[in-house]
Design a binder for this molecule. Sequence first.
Ligand SMILES: [Zn+2]
Length: 292
Amino acid sequence: MKKWIFSIIVLLLLGYGFMKYKAGIIDQSNEWQPPATNIDIPEAASQTGGFTIKVTKEMVFQGDLLLVNKDYPVPEGLNPESEAVSLVKNPELIDGFGVLDNTIQLSPRLADKFRTMVKAAAQEGVSHFLISSGYRSEAKQDELYREMGPQYALPAGYSEHNLGLSMDIGSSLAEMNQAPEGKWLKDNGWKYGFILRYPEDKTAVTGIQFEPWHFRYVGLPHSAIMWEKNLVLEQYLDLLKQQKSMSATIEGESYEVFYFSVTENNTINVPAYGEYEISGNNADGIIVTVRK
Ligand SMILES: [Zn+2]
């Protein structure tokens, strides 16, 4: 009986410590807002510093860093269609840019990221952006693939447009490789989490021709690291896996990025403190991004 009481007291004390720790973590959060779907609060402090997270295999197949290309299809079970909305039917989302036609779909979250970016461009006098493609259903991708052929389109499920994190951006002034909009995006997109996904000098890595119009959202600090090191997503994820961690400071914000292999549901220790978000790589692991 006494043992029981002792155990209960210990559990209560542990619970108190745990709640206090959680409160401490929450207090630290003030400005940075990671995507709502990825926000998480560390569950317990580890003895060695950092925090622990329970990871599941499903996490490998969710998040902003998923690699989608000819070898890695959009994961089954992910349902980007549920988030995509027609821009024309939601005109409040069209702000500071045009859309090519009434079939363009985007998730409100991505439209919001894009809007923030084009507002910054407008301040620098670059303001003729035109979205020509956003989220594409697999049926639409299949139609495109049949129409354009394998040289110009990926099969259904293997295009980033099916993932919902990419968009084809044009200019109403000129073709993107000549338009000020193309140059501005190529040079500045990384500050807003966007990357030119198929650059001219990386066709051997991506397997895709130079597409000055195709931009992918990966978020900060990843876009900044990729820009700085001149890496495409394939190379960045490989390097991260190899090095296990990277740090970056962007406009005074410090980040640490960790790769963890995930083969089964498990608990991992992240040796850093701060708010964090998680994304899978769509292959074998997760990336934990900590903003310190
Ligand atoms: Zn595209």
